[in-house]
Design a protein around this ligand. Structure first.
Ligand SMILES: Nc1ncnc2c1ncn2[C@@H]1O[C@H](COP(=O)(O)OP(=O)(O)OP(=O)(O)O)[C@@H](O)[C@H]1O
Length: 407
């Protein structure tokens, strides 16, 4: 693998690399440094201001914002003994999307997932599935509802005494499905998950990845409307993780199946989720489309989780240089966040020349999620205060989020 491939794995970004490099080379422009010290306003103020201006909203509405399959309304869970696992969570999961729930250990992910299939009851608030409050269902309705919700687990939970085909057959047998239909369905499912040649093996005779494929086939046997994935790839090596995620993405596309996955790995979210909710200490820290959350994370917990997959944090050395620059009165520090072709349409050289400001790049990354480019650049900008304001406004007009960074 060459260095470019190692550093910039996304093919779309690699393709456009020469163009980006040419662009970066032309960004540094030299102009007089007579800028007065700017009044730094912090990130929160910027966010509040942008939130108050709907025209500033850069990114898309939730994918598939149509029918909500699940809705949590002010849902809380307190366990006996007083552990508050979830606090007033509000979220909607739409039909046909892959919805990720991420958080550190103890954040409340499993509890939230268990509320969705009513393995746990909320202490307060509502959990609504397909328009019905789960707390109002009697046992028969609950059984029927659970048949429409498939689930896969970190440790697969297969029956060791049954073959691959026998494990897949189990939910169908429990549902009283006729034998011929079970046989037909097993064949379809084995083909779907790529295990046709493993049908008579026992769980002890197959790999972890193959076990999870059996788990997926079993979960899909009763043709559910949604698949809940409980840390489904956490016990797998990176390569097998990729193949299971690819299978889940394929199932989502081909069958239109809604998928809800909980994970502590941002790579999993990056690989397949359309939208994501970030949990922190039982609170919903933030939620949004994956590209929005990756491009403009609003909460510290999200930035920490993201640092696992992208160089979002400004390195200490860069931070020091930027602080010195601001302290000397030489400029402001901007973070430019963009997605799609937002950056392609911007020429910082042109902005620098037009407004008589100097813009120096300090730090940044450009990456790609599911075919959508996104990135963030930190730059030092200097010039007259009014010129900087005008330059910032012009950059924002290119569908780029510009925030002043307070160091
Ligand atoms: N049955 C229970 N009784 C009491 N406390 C519980 C119970 N289940 C979970 N908790 C507590 O609720 C909080 C959230 O737990 P939960 O398992 O939902 O977190 P999580 O984000 O899934 O963590 P992990 O990634 O480690 O599985 C934790 O403090 C946990 O100890």
């Amino acid at each position: 693998m060459d260095l470019t491939q190692a550093l910039i794995p996304a093919p779309g970004v690699r393709r456009r690399l020469p163009e980006y490099i040419a662009r970066l080379r032309t960004m540094r422009t030299r102009l007089p440094r007579e800028a007065p010290v700017p009044s730094a306003h912090n990130l929160e103020q910027t966010q509040q201001r942008d939130a108050a201006r709907p025209e500033a909203a850069l990114f898309d509405a939730p994918a598939g914002a149509g029918t909500a399959l699940f809705s949590l309304r002010n849902a809380s869970k307190t366990f006996p003994g007083g552990v508050h696992a979830l606090h007033g969570v509000d979220l909607d999961i739409y039909e046909g999307e892959i919805f990720g729930i991420i958080g550190r250990s103890g954040a409340g992910k499993s509890t939230l997932l268990r509320l969705l299939n009513r393995l746990e009851r909320p202490s307060a608030g509502q959990v609504i599935f397909d328009g019905r409050d789960l707390m109002t269902l009697d046992n028969a309705a609950l059984r029927q509802m659970r048949r429409r919700i498939g689930m896969i687990f970190q440790h697969f939970n297969l029956l060791s005494s049954r073959t691959v085909a026998g494990n897949i057959a189990l939910p169908l047998e429990l549902a009283g499905t006729p034998k011929e239909k079970i046989a037909r369905r097993i064949n379809e499912l084995l083909e779907l998950v790529g295990l046709t040649d493993q049908r008579d093996r026992y769980p002890s005779q197959i790999s972890g990845g193959q076990k999870q494929r059996v788990g997926i086939a079993r979960a899909l046997a009763t043709e559910p409307r949604v698949l809940l994935c409980d840390e489904a790839t956490s016990a797998l090596d990176p390569e097998t993780t990729q193949s299971i995620l690819a299978l889940l993405a394929d199932i989502n596309t081909r069958l239109g199946l809604t998928i809800v996955l909980i994970t502590h790995q941002m790579q999993v979210i990056k690989a397949i989720a359309h939208r994501v909710a970030v949990l922190d200490g039982g609170y919903l820290a933030e939620q949004g489309t994956v590209t929005d959350i990756f491009t403009v994370p609003k909460q510290a917990i999200t930035r920490t989780l993201l640092s696992e997959v992208i160089g979002n944090e400004i390195p200490p050395g860069v931070r020091e240089r930027a602080s010195a620059l601001v302290a000397s009165g030489a400029g402001r520090i901007w973070r430019l966040a963009f997605k799609d072709d937002g950056f392609d349409r911007l020429s910082l050289t042109e902005i620098s020349n037009r407004f008589n400001v100097e813009i120096k790049l300090l730090h940044g990354y450009i990456d790609e999620i599911q075919g959508v480019s996104f990135g963030s650049l930190v730059a030092a900008a200097s010039g007259e205060a009014s010129a900087l304001e005008a330059a910032a406004a012009s950059i924002k007009a290119h569908d780029i989020i510009l925030e002043e960074v307070v160091l």
